[in-house]
Design a protein around this ligand. Structure first.
Ligand code: 3HC
Length: 307
């Protein structure tokens, strides 16, 4: 038998309403939201590093300005999402400590390196494209602050995806060397982008409960399929080849057949053994230490105001 609060919570979920910070919620609902939202925020903050690598080396002032705007957006998404997580009763310091102590995850995708300029195109087109496929349904997540944060973030992600597509289009309409650089970059980013959607549905421990609570609206594999379906026509316009020889439309399934994803690589990267995990964490820790004086000054100022 449910308590009156739990019955009310279940009704709100059943009628597709929103759960707000002051509403009663099961501890496990709160816990899984803190887990997902804080890790989403960590991903945005770490995600600034691969792209910042090219801000000082962008090929033109226009590209430099666009890249700076994009990286600033990611920082804003992180702060937005940390604030949404804080409404659930966890502090910014606790979440930061969990990241710096390696207790919290962030998206595997940001543990890959960006050796060429074309990677700025692939990240926009593939990584932000995957982010949009994953985040549009999250606009309808049952937890109010999370769903509402997603609306603003999705609008900005669309700009990120378009500027990435345009970088690749310009390269593919360039010299032979530029075309080769774009294709080589797409080859490197395609499979890691598919891993962003999470493990296969039958190996996704959080999905069932997340879908019952209408946090997750579609399964990992469903969104991965949807994303590939969006990529195929765009790849044709770009003139790039998606690096999967088995990618073929399956009329009966009304979806694409594709090669098996290398889940060993996925687990290795998540376990901290990806190409750039150590570098990403080193820089995040360094930034946190360099920022200590700002936090102390702000706290001292706040104490003075309160006195
Ligand atoms: N990288 C790292 N960890 C991953 C992962 C990935 N690509 N995919 C799954 N995991 C983790 C999960 O967090 C979970 O571990 P945990 O229980 O310790 O948190 C475990 O693997 C099993 O996965 P599940 O499918 O059971 O977990 P979820 O139900 O949480 O689904 C998810 C995973 C689809 C990523 C979901 O958490 C989600 O939608 N998160 C919000 C979106 C997000 O975080 N996107 C990350 C990309 S960052 C980004 O989009 C920024 C943009 O600017 C590019």
């Amino acid at each position: 038998e449910f308590s009156p609060e739990e019955a009310q919570f279940n009704d709100l979920i059943a009628e597709d309403s929103r759960i707000e910070p002051r509403d009663w919620m099961p501890d496990a609902y709160r816990k899984t939201l803190i887990r997902q939202i804080s890790q989403h925020a960590h991903s945005e903050i770490i995600g600034m590093q691969p792209e910042s690598n090219w801000i000082s080396r962008a090929p033109s002032l226009k590209r430099k300005a666009i890249l700076i705007a994009k990286v600033q957006d990611e920082a804003g998404h992180g702060l937005y999402l940390y604030s949404a997580a804080q409404t659930l009763g966890i502090s910014r310091e606790e979440m930061t400590d969990q990241l710096l102590e390696g207790k919290a995850k962030y998206s595997s995708i940001f543990n890959y390196t960006t050796p060429t300029w074309a990677d700025m195109g692939s990240i926009g087109w593939l990584v932000d494209g995957a982010a949009i496929a994953n985040q549009v349904p999250l606009c309808r997540a049952s937890y109010g602050p999370y769903g509402r944060a997603m609306v603003r973030i999705c609008k900005e992600e669309s700009f990120h995806q378009r500027q990435g597509f345009e970088i690749l289009l310009e390269l593919m309409q360039g010299t032979e060397e530029q075309r080769r650089m774009a294709q080589e970059s797409v080859n490197r980013w395609y499979w890691p982008a598919l891993m962003m959607f999470g493990p296969p549905d039958d190996e996704s421990p959080n999905s069932t409960q997340s879908m019952a609570w209408k946090i997750k609206r579609f399964s990992n594999d469903e969104l991965r399929q949807r994303f590939v379906g969006m990529l195929v026509p765009q790849a044709e316009v770009l003139g790039v080849t998606l690096p999967d020889p088995n990618l073929k439309w399956n009329e009966e399934k009304q979806a694409y057949d594709m090669s098996e994803i290398d889940w060993d690589e996925f687990h290795e990267v998540i376990a901290g053994r990806g190409p750039a995990n150590a570098e990403r964490m080193r820089r995040r820790r360094e930034a946190h230490e360099n920022g200590a004086w700002v936090r102390e000054a702000a706290a001292a100022y706040a104490r003075k105001q309160a006195a």
